[in-house]
Design a protein around this ligand. Structure first.
Ligand code: MN
Ligand code: MN
Length: 467
């Protein structure tokens, strides 16, 4: 009988050791410091507009300029373009011509949330209420009886823009959507979980003091409008041209006695936005032009002028070509077909509370690094792009050389559900694309959880890829 089994196993089996083990003191310090910076960023970047604004400020502080300020571009130049305040493309110009291809890390800044309808305000039993329409795939019952803050913009016909952010400061009021008490919920409890709380039951409370006058009806609604008018100069009709979002008012917090995890709203996909952004800041005159994307509208299917299907992105790349002296008509297509991209988005982390949803051999686990997802989709890989094995191998080599830890996985068991990412929008343009992100537990809930180890590996991995 051979007794070299142990050595042979070590040689042939996949290394599934927990990433927290065998870390140097310095690496450990870096992980926790990066996590603190990320949590600070999250607390100030809850909406797609805020994350773009904050990212833009970080870019400017680090020497990036608006691409419109440059007539020509040279290797090492750092530029960005903000698309309608909702998505952002940033680039560090490479030494090779743009047409030889880009290195792209693309994440999305929008997260599931509760939007106000365009005619939201009404009064019922002397409470002023807000009608909402949820955004993205949520389990609606999770969004009741939690503190919600109100973020958004109202634009008046004359162009004046009013920004709103209520509920983030300690002294601010918050808003909430009230569920039914269990004592009276016998009927509700018979509903399927999907309908436990229905879309039209997601109405938030905004006030309860009536306007002190005898000669009007809807006094509470009137009082709320009076307060809004005094503070923001708006009238009821102005909601028609508004984008107001209710998001969890919680702050990002370290989680676990060992501080190893992060619980926060919107980590899908701000965790990858931040990693991509921070990675790009460390790139100086790379071989290939390095591009970081923070797109919008991922959670509702990538469409629209700020989604990843938008040709505004193509326009940005065309500008990179033109400002480096390439006006050939075919240059854009050739650039895309030479481009390598990471679709930087989160994956489902194995959840010990619901093991039956996961297939353990192909699940992402906390503490094992980035999630490397060759294909997404549902029902037989439908509806998504699949990365070619050649490109997966190339990315593995880059991560291995950088010591950035990854695990290959897919989203849950076959036929349990599924999901998609913007990978296909890039692949359809002709790029090689692989989904690489961070495992998240409780994804799309108001309080998503990640492992600080994995969060840091994404930063390390994206950096190595862009360099
Ligand atoms: Mn996502
Ligand atoms: Mn998502």
């Amino acid at each position: 009988m051979a007794n070299d089994g142990k050595a042979l196993k070590e040689k042939l089996f996949k290394d599934k050791r927990n990433g927290w083990q065998n870390l140097s003191d310095e690496e450990l310090k870096n992980i926790f410091q990066y996590a603190d910076e990320y949590m600070y960023f999250l607390n100030n970047s809850k909406t797609e507009k805020e994350i773009v604004q904050n990212s833009k400020e970080i870019l400017i502080k680090n020497g990036f300029v608006d691409i419109s300020e440059r007539e020509t571009l040279n290797p090492g130049d750092k530029v960005f373009y903000v698309n309608r305040g909702r998505c952002l493309y940033a680039a560090v110009m490479g030494q090779d011509p743009v047409e030889s291809g880009l290195k792209v890390v693309a994440a999305h800044g929008d997260s599931p949330r509760i939007d106000l309808k365009q005619s939201p305000l009404y009064e019922d039993s002397e409470i002023a209420m807000l009608k909402t329409h949820y955004y993205g795939g949520i389990k609606k019952y999770q969004w009741t009886n939690i503190p919600l803050s109100m973020h958004g913009t109202i634009v008046k016909p004359d162009g004046e823009k009013v920004n709103i952010c209520i509920g983030e400061k300690d002294e601010d009021p918050v808003f909430t959507i009230c569920d039914l008490l269990p004592h009276l919920a016998a009927e509700q409890m018979e509903r399927k979980l999907r309908e436990g709380v229905q879309g039209e039951e997601l109405n938030a409370m905004i006030g309860s003091i009536p306007y002190d006058s005898d000669d009007v009806s809807e006094k509470v609604k009137l009082n709320v409008l009076k307060l809004l008018n005094e503070q923001y100069g708006i009238k009821e009709v102005d909601f028609a041209s508004s984008e107001i979002e209710l998001v969890p008012a919680f702050k990002a917090r370290s989680t676990g006695l060992d501080y190893s995890m992060i619980a926060a709203y919107g980590q899908d996909d701000k965790v990858c936005c931040y990693a991509g952004l921070r990675a790009l800041l460390n790139v100086e005159a790379p071989k290939k032009t390095a591009v970081c994307v923070i797109t919008d509208k991922e959670e509702v299917g990538f469409n629209g002028v700020t989604g990843m299907y938008t040709r505004i992105f193509d326009g940005f790349v065309t500008e990179l070509l033109e400002k480096t002296g390439n006006n050939k008509i075919s240059a854009l297509d050739r650039t895309f077909s030479n481009t390598k991209a990471l679709s930087a988005d989160v994956d489902a982390a194995y959840n010990p509370n619901f093991p039956s949803a996961f297939e353990k051999n192909n699940s992402a686990f906390f503490g094992r690094g980035m999630s490397l997802v060759k294909y997404t989709g549902a029902r037989g890989k439908s509806g998504a792009s699949e990365a070619p094995a050649e490109f997966v191998a190339e990315v593995r080599r880059i991560f291995d050389q950088a010591g950035a830890k990854y695990q290959s996985c897919e989203l849950g068991k076959v036929d349990k559900g599924g999901g998609g990412t913007i990978a296909l929008t890039l692949a359809n343009r002709g790029m090689d694309v692989l989904d690489v992100g961070v495992p998240v537990m409780g994804m799309h809930s108001p309080y998503e959880v990640t492992s600080k180890f994995d969060v840091y590996q994404a930063y390390k991995g994206y950096q190595a890829f862009l360099k």
